[in-house]
Design a protein around this ligand. Structure first.
Ligand SMILES: Cc1ncc(COP(=O)(O)O)c(C=O)c1O
Length: 371
């Protein structure tokens, strides 16, 4: 058995979700008459306190449409230095919208207000390009699934509004942020003109995200989605899965957060393992330079070693991510915690280094607590 903690996108629809997909009423997205998709769009718009929503194939497409809608070629877009829009959407904003992403950095995923103020003032004075849009991300993936501090988005919006600059939220994991903070999703969405939200992550649907905003954003978004190749047909099959996730899988995100906290605490107890204290479902950890696997140059093989031992995570030899999701239960957590702890704490697993050295398939001592 392998415990797959690579991402919350790896979940497969369960029997009840598949049943909902089979029972979905279908139409054709190209004619905007798929009743299940239209119901999903209305539901999301209402949940987030916005006028309208548009179903799209991916979170990247929702973000890119939002940028295209709210900027002119040559504009700057202020975003976090480790945002998904900058780091993981290739050069989409440049290629599709002709804009430059201006990275602003912080450890907690916020945009430093002094920097926002500075760039808006430079643009207003004609000393730098116009700022077309400001993007935030909640939860912030790269910074460890952290929830943006309460009031941060409103503080950024208070600078953006007088300057006539629009606000977009990459809310791929907005429901994780809502559950972790106890805030209403509409409250988290309020400072923004547009949002993207993903159905295919914590909510467990196989495919799909929504662009959320005004009727005008969505009507224009339909055109952009078309030329990006994102118009679909019998979308009700996918929208039904998303509606099932919305109806059944939001409160249970707290389970993912609880499990991430348990794994995070176990890893934090190991010498030279630095863990971002998990606030939601992501566990990000790094091996300090003094960690034995880094000293011996073996940390590059850690992801493969763990996979062979039965737990899949992602990482580059120094920074790693393990993600809790719908298909991970307490027994999986116990197995994953034991395997990770053994691999990262060579004192617990003296066979680890010889296995790596010899290049043979590494066999970790079976975790005693795994049952
Ligand atoms: C913060 C964030 N935004 C956007 C996306 C993009 O979602 P998708 O993979 O559906 O394009 C992801 C995916 O992991 C994400 O983590």
């Amino acid at each position: 058995m392998t415990v797959d903690l690579r991402s919350d996108t790896v979940t497969r629809p369960g029997a009840a979700m598949r049943q909902a997909m089979m029972a979905a009423e279908l139409g054709d997205d190209g004619f905007r008459d798929d009743p299940t998709q239209l119901a999903l769009e209305a539901e999301i718009a209402a949940m987030l306190g916005k006028e309208a929503a548009l179903f799209v194939p991916s979170g990247v497409m929702a973000n890119q449409i939002a940028i295209r809608l709210q900027t002119q070629p040559g504009d700057e877009v202020l975003c976090h230095a480790a945002s998904h829009i900058l780091d993981h959407e290739y050069s989409g904003a440049a290629a599709i919208s002709g804009v430059m992403l201006r990275p602003l950095d912080s450890v907690d995923g916020t945009l430093p207000l002094a920097d926002v103020r500075h760039h808006l003032a430079m643009a207003a004075a004609g000393r730098s390009a116009p700022v077309g849009l400001i993007c935030l991300e909640n939860t912030h993936n790269d910074r460890g699934g952290v929830v943006l501090p309460a009031g941060h988005a409103a503080a950024v919006a208070a600078l953006a509004r007088p300057a006539g600059v629009a606000m977009h939220l990459d809310g791929a994991r907005l429901f994780n942020a809502a559950v972790a903070s106890g805030a209403d999703p509409a409250e988290l969405a309020a400072p923004f003109d547009t949002l993207s939200v993903c159905m295919s992550k914590g909510l467990g649907a196989p495919v799909g995200s929504l662009l959320v905003g005004t009727h005008e954003h969505c009507a224009r978004g339909v055109r952009i989605r078309r030329y990006l190749g994102g118009l679909m047909r019998q979308t009700g099959l996918l929208a039904a899965a998303a509606r099932y996730g919305l109806a059944h899988h939001i409160p249970r995100l707290a389970e993912d957060h609880r499990r991430a906290a348990i794994l995070g605490a176990a890893l934090a107890a190991i010498a030279h393992v630095e863990v971002v204290p998990p606030q939601t479902n992501l566990v990000r950890f790094s091996l300090a330079a003094a960690h034995p696997l880094r000293l011996s140059g073996e940390s590059a093989g850690l992801v493969a070693l763990l996979a062979a031992a039965g737990v899949r995570i992602t990482g580059d030899g120094e920074h790693f991510r393990a993600v809790m999701h719908l298909d991970v239960d307490d027994a999986d957590l116990q197995v994953a915690t034991a395997i990770l702890s053994a691999a990262l704490n060579p004192a617990l697993n003296p066979t680890l280094n010889p296995a790596l050295d010899s290049g043979s398939t590494p066999v970790l001592t079976p975790p005693r607590s795994a049952g």
